[in-house]
Design a protein around this ligand. Structure first.
Ligand code: SF4
Length: 267
């Protein structure tokens, strides 16, 4: 039996270009992250601190938790090279603080959170043919929200194009959300019944927030009688060792793909 661990956050890229995914997640070639990734990490840390304090009753202000943003930006866990970037540390700080404040004042109060940064129990699924898929994922960027339709996932996504015309981009996020839903139910025994919300924080151009909705994400992962789930399709790739390339991916470029120089499938 071979057990392959797949983090919730990596499912989307498996179905973007599986050949690239194999390079990173099976063959272990990771590329260093850039300043914009660090900005995203900092925004997630500070907004999570704000939401956590709402849940535990300490009710820290947007101003108090902004410190977390500045600290995370200035003290990365790994080397961040700002020199070749399109953004300076000071600019990143200014954008991050603006988005953090908008989130705390305008977005967070709309939600009744029951958990932030929840550690989930891994779930092993025997997919047959000697392949076991182990789902993992800390809901470190996700929130569990109580709504009139029951519990639902709220996931903060920051990025240059994460909000378009006031609505958060949801495309490509369903596999991660579906995995969160599966892991939350597995960990707590409580059912997720409300649609998921992607909470977008736009880091390029004028800072902007927006919300987008995702329905049926769990079903996409586990499948139905009519169609196989993405977990099964991913397990088939693991079983056969065939990871299809996708030279039409928007991320198929030297800048975004660490397999570019050795991949024979792009032009
Ligand atoms: S170069 Fe393009 S096709 Fe090849 S692995 Fe990267 S994204 Fe996939």
């Amino acid at each position: 039996m071979s057990v392959t661990t797949i983090r919730a956050s990596s499912w989307g890229s498996l179905f973007d270009c599986a050949y690239k995914w194999e390079w990173i997640h099976i063959l272990g070639h990771r590329s260093p992250s850039g300043p914009r990734t660090q900005l995203g990490t900092a925004i997630h840390a500070s907004t999570a601190a704000f939401d956590s304090s709402r849940i535990n009753g300490s009710n820290l202000s947007a101003y108090d938790t902004a410190e977390m943003l500045v600290h995370t930006l200035r003290n990365p866990d790994y080397e961040v090279d700002w020199r070749g970037s399109d953004i300076t540390l000071a600019q990143a700080e200014a954008i991050g603080l603006k988005l953090h404040t908008m989130y705390c004042n305008e977005v967070s109060p709309r939600y009744d959170f029951v958990a932030v940064e929840l550690t989930t129990k891994p779930l092993e699924i025997d997919c047959g043919g000697g392949v076991i898929v182990r789902l993992t994922g800390q809901l470190d960027r996700g929130r569990i929200c109580k709504t009139s339709q029951g519990l639902g996932i709220g996931d903060v996504k920051s990025g240059g194009a994460s909000v378009v015309k006031g609505v958060a981009k949801t495309k490509g996020h369903a596999p991660q959300i579906g995995t969160y839903e599966i892991l939350y139910e597995h960990t707590t025994g409580e059912a997720i019944t409300a649609p998921a919300h992607i909470i977008g924080l736009k880091t390029k151009g004028t800072p902007e927030t927006g919300i987008g909705e995702i329905r049926g994400a769990k079903q996409m992962m586990v499948g139905t009688e009519e169609f196989p789930g993405l977990i099964q399709i991913g397990a088939d790739m693991l079983r056969t060792g065939l990871f299809p390339p996708n030279p039409q991916s928007f991320l198929c470029s030297a800048k975004y793909c660490p397999r570019w120089s050795s991949c024979p499938y792009h032009e």
